[in-house]
Design a protein around this ligand. Structure first.
Ligand code: C5P
Length: 295
């Protein structure tokens, strides 16, 4: 089975205090974008779970393992488990080939997107027929961004990432320009350097959700925000340069995604997004014109 794994940007990311598990509590609007890895997934009969990404901590493999380990629990909930029989969990493996386009460690959720695509594909290949919210819950065991990407569409993400809500937007897709400053931004380091918001402080995420529900482009552009941007810029001045280049080239609402280092901005139409991106490429920056992917 061939499946596209769409990257994401965070239109907002509010960081609140640390939780008992050491993670920060977040509120974020997560938006899938058209930049994607392509995964080819085949089941194997010998029980092996492999991928060719070459990453030590491969989220594709982790996703398949977590889902398979859940199968015995799921079996009690699923009345008809097809012809697979009782030893299904132990025997069925999967081989995953990834054509990588999403830069790793860029705040675009590359590894999480691949993991989410594996969960969705195996849900079909293994005939599990799990509803997406249940698959998203399993995804929370794989990584913080996985539940939002399993759901797809514009998602309000809360907690550590495990509480997700499809915003069910029906507005048209938006044109964006991405820039990769080419530095690796460590998620752990950026969170550690971030000053958390007060619990009852206003939430930029609420303003974004309202703007998106109203379908108001100017308000959406004005509402972008990321609490991790200031600490990330302090750690990596290259991110500040990328933000400035994107603004100077004509993008609006220019903001960093996730814990960085990639940044994005809006363009009023696809021709403008392409022109801005070509401009930045010409000046030696890695840049892509992309669109949001609501469906
Ligand atoms: O989600 P991931 O495992 O990539 O996160 C890496 C590190 O970033 C965590 O170990 C933690 O230090 C920090 N983090 C956090 N709060 C979050 C997500 C990540 O403090 N919600």
């Amino acid at each position: 089975m061939k499946i596209e794994a769409y990257a994401k940007v965070n239109f907002t990311l509010d960081v609140y205090g640390t939780r008992p598990d050491g993670y920060h509590a977040l509120r974020s609007v997560v938006m899938p974008i058209s930049l994607a890895d392509t995964l080819e997934i085949e089941t194997t009969a010998d029980g092996s779970i492999t991928s060719d990404t070459g990453y030590d901590d491969d989220l594709c493999v982790k996703a398949a393992r977590v889902l398979r380990s859940q199968i015995s629990n799921l079996k009690s909930q699923i009345s008809d488990f097809g012809a697979q029989g009782s030893d299904f969990g132990a025997q069925v493996g999967v081989s995953i080939h990834v054509t990588k386009r999403i830069p790793a460690g860029g705040g675009l959720g590359g590894g999480s997107a691949d993991a989410a695509a594996v969960l969705r594909a195996l849900n079909e290949l293994w005939e599990l027929e799990l509803p997406l919210p249940e698959l998203a819950e399993i995804g929370a065991q794989v990584g913080s961004d996985v539940p939002a990407l399993v759901l797809g569409g514009a998602v309000l993400m809360e907690g550590r990432g495990e509480r997700v809500q499809d915003l069910r937007l029906k507005t048209g897709d938006l044109n964006l320009v991405l820039v990769n400053p080419g530095v690796h931004s460590s998620t752990r380091e950026v969170y550690a350097a971030c000053r958390a918001r007060e619990k009852d402080a206003s939430s930029p995420t609420d303003a974004m959700v309202a703007a998106m529900k109203a379908g108001d482009f100017a308000q959406i552009v004005a509402a972008t925000s990321n609490d991790l941007q200031a600490p990330a810029v302090k750690l990596h001045p290259e991110i500040a340069d990328a933000l400035t280049s994107l603004r100077t080239a004509g993008a609006t609402g220019v903001t960093m995604s996730g814990s960085g280092s990639c940044v994005f901005g809006f363009a009023p139409d696809s021709a403008t997004a392409e022109r801005i991106s070509a401009d930045l490429n010409f000046r030696g920056l890695q840049s892509w014109p992309v669109t949001t992917r609501l469906s």
